[in-house]
Ligand binder design. Structure first.
Ligand code: ATP
Ligand code: MG
Ligand code: MG
Length: 561
């Protein structure tokens, strides 16, 4: 139903449809490495890959690129599955689950590597890592061939089998593709395709001590799964010749039929005031700069969820930023605005007093209860009314009262009249103070014929309109006021120490009072607190009757203003 903007990837798919290249098939994949929690950048990739498959009647595979045993775990696998499902996507098609693990291909990958060796396309190199690095050359200098480059296939096959059998220590040998040490593209200078790692793998256990490298694993996995369009981010552009080289060699050897999967690169998401590197996110969590992986300040998908983001807000954001070949920064306000636009039409309204100050209505009876109400949603009368009561003691916001009003201040000060929204007009008559001179309560008188919605209301002309809750009926709530995690737009640009850019005020917790309708909300319900913004009942800590709210986003973009 949403209008889908075209982009260069859709143009490629449309052209393939026209020429019949894939006979109408569109098969993509989202290939995370299970070495951390997914973040908003991955959400873009998920929307691109799963979104294209959905729109073209194809399927998108979820494939774990799990070839680095030391850094990966099932905790990460599970979290990734949850995140993709929460975003609203599925890897099922016609009753088949397209959920794959690169580690399931270890035996096949090993066989393909042997085939490359037999055909003279790979060799075992026994130089040290330092020697190999030194021999790689540079952009201006060709690399130097390894002294082991001309080992015979028989010798290589034997060494590779012994590598697999565990005869050697980590780093003693590697398997390299034999391509071109003088290539202007350094990725083509005999890249490593297998290394020795005596490490326990979260799925294959101790079955392997040689592990394939990304560039070899990725293209082979795509071909094994019949992927048509292999979408990745721009930094892999220089790896595309290698992607094609491996698949061409294996196709020549009769292993894969043409057409072979096509790698297409798009710009990665860079979001201001945030960090989208799993490594740096791990650092923030492990060093305790945030509370957990789902800390609402983090741009992880579970962090966004806990912050109050909805799958549809993230969809809207991805639609708005689009897909292109040009790297650019997206402003955090684009993400925040997508959330406002998503929640505004649906979030029920309620009142919360975040910095409570007692207001005593002197001429209102001690045990009086005057019923009041307000619409659940101002544009949806069919959603009914919220009910609450007006009592002698109320809570108002501390900054809605001042003894010394600056020019243009229309809220409460001695002698001034304001409307208590959905209630009565009151006149301030003074304030109580403690021994230090702090205001501890404000005193007022109300006008019984001024109730909102009654005829008498119109005869009162007041400029100020403030919100309130009944001190007798309101529900005490913990409210976490979140702000951006970083105080600078590009916290890690140019290799800077991003910890220096942390915003120390990104989390503030207050004791608030909310109207009864909000106090009864279920965990993860979203609500607009009038004048304050959009909030979510925390999915871990909140329960009806003892609510905990997270501020998802303020009502207006006032950042830095
Ligand atoms: P990181 O550097 O944070 O570890 P990654 O690219 O190594 O990220 P992967 O798990 O390999 O993480 O990512 C899975 C997919 O998500 C890849 O196709 C990758 O290109 C894509 N992706 C990762 N980060 C972004 C981003 N910021 N914008 C768009 N796509 C991204
Ligand atoms: Mg990666
Ligand atoms: Mg990475």
């Amino acid at each position: 139903d949403a209008v889908v903007a075209s982009n260069f990837i859709r143009n490629i798919i449309d052209e393939d449809a026209r020429t019949g290249k894939w006979q109408g098939r569109v098969e993509t994949r989202f290939p995370p490495e299970p070495n951390g929690y997914l973040h908003v950048g991955h959400a873009k990739s998920i929307h691109v890959n799963f979104g294209l498959a959905r729109d073209y009647g194809g399927v998108c595979h979820l494939r774990f690129d799990d070839t680095n045993p030391e850094k990966e775990s099932t905790e990460y696998v599970d979290s990734i599955i949850d995140a993709v499902q929460w975003l609203g996507f599925s890897w099922e098609k016609d009753g088949n689950a397209h959920l794959y693990y690169a580690s399931d291909y270890f035996e096949k990958l090993y066989g393909f590597a042997c085939l490359l060796i037999e055909r003279g396309h790979a060799y075992v190199d026994s130089q040290s890592a330092d020697e190999m690095r030194a021999a790689r050359g540079s952009l201006t200098e060709p690399g130097k061939p390894s002294p082991f480059r001309d080992r015979t296939p028989a010798e290589n096959l034997d060494l590779f089998a012994r590598m697999r059998a565990g005869e050697f220590a980590d780093g003693e040998h590697v398997l390299r593709a034999k391509i071109d040490m003088a290539s202007p593209n350094i990725n083509m200078r005999d890249p490593v395709i297998y290394r020795i790692r005596h490490a326990h793998h979260h799925r294959t256990g101790d079955a392997w001590c040689v592990y394939p490298m990304y560039d070899f694993t990725h293209c082979v996995s795509d071909a094994l799964e019949n992927i048509t369009h292999s979408l990745c981010t721009l930094e892999f552009e220089d790896h595309r010749p290698l992607y094609d080289w491996f698949l061409d060699r294996l196709a020549e050897a009769g292993q894969f039929a043409r057409p072979l999967p096509q790698q297409i690169e798009f710009a990665r998401l860079k979001l201001t005031y945030a960090i989208t590197s799993k490594r740096k996110l791990i650092q923030l969590v492990q060093e305790g700069h945030v509370d957990a992986w789902d800390d609402p300040r983090l741009p992880t998908i579970i962090g966004l969820r806990r912050r109050g983001y909805t799958p549809s807000a993230i969809q809207l954001f991805c639609d708005r930023i689009g897909v292109s070949k040009a790297d650019s920064w997206i402003d955090m306000s684009t993400l925040e605005q997508a959330l406002r636009d998503d929640l505004d039409p649906v979030a029920p309204r309620a009142i919360a007093v975040l910095d409570p100050l007692k207001l005593i209505v002197e001429n209102f009876p001690e045990d009086g209860r005057e019923p009041c109400s307000a619409p659940v949603h101002p544009h949806h009368p069919e959603r009914g009314q919220r009910d609450f009561v007006f009592t002698r003691e109320l809570w108002i916001e501390r900054d809605d009262f001042t003894e010394t009003p600056p020019k243009g201040y229309f809220r409460l000060f001695p002698g001034n009249k304001v409307r208590l929204r959905y209630g009565f007009v009151i006149e301030c008559i003074g304030a109580d103070k403690d021994a230090d001179g702090n205001v501890v309560a404000v005193r007022c008188r109300y006008f019984p014929d001024s109730k909102s919605g009654t005829e008498g209301a119109n005869t009162y002309k007041v400029k100020g309109n403030i919100h309130w809750v009944s001190a007798t009926d309101a529900v005490a709530a913990e409210v976490r006021l979140y702000d951006r995690l970083f105080a600078e737009p590009q916290p890690d640009a140019g290799g800077r120490d991003f910890l220096q850019a942390l915003n120390p005020n990104a989390k503030r917790t207050v004791r608030a009072f909310v109207e009864p309708s909000a106090g009864a909300l279920a965990a993860e319900a979203r609500v607009q607190f009038e004048r304050h913004g959009y909030f979510v009942a925390d999915r871990r800590d909140s329960a009806p009757g003892r609510p905990v709210f997270n501020r998802a986003v303020s009502l207006k973009d006032s950042w830095g203003k």
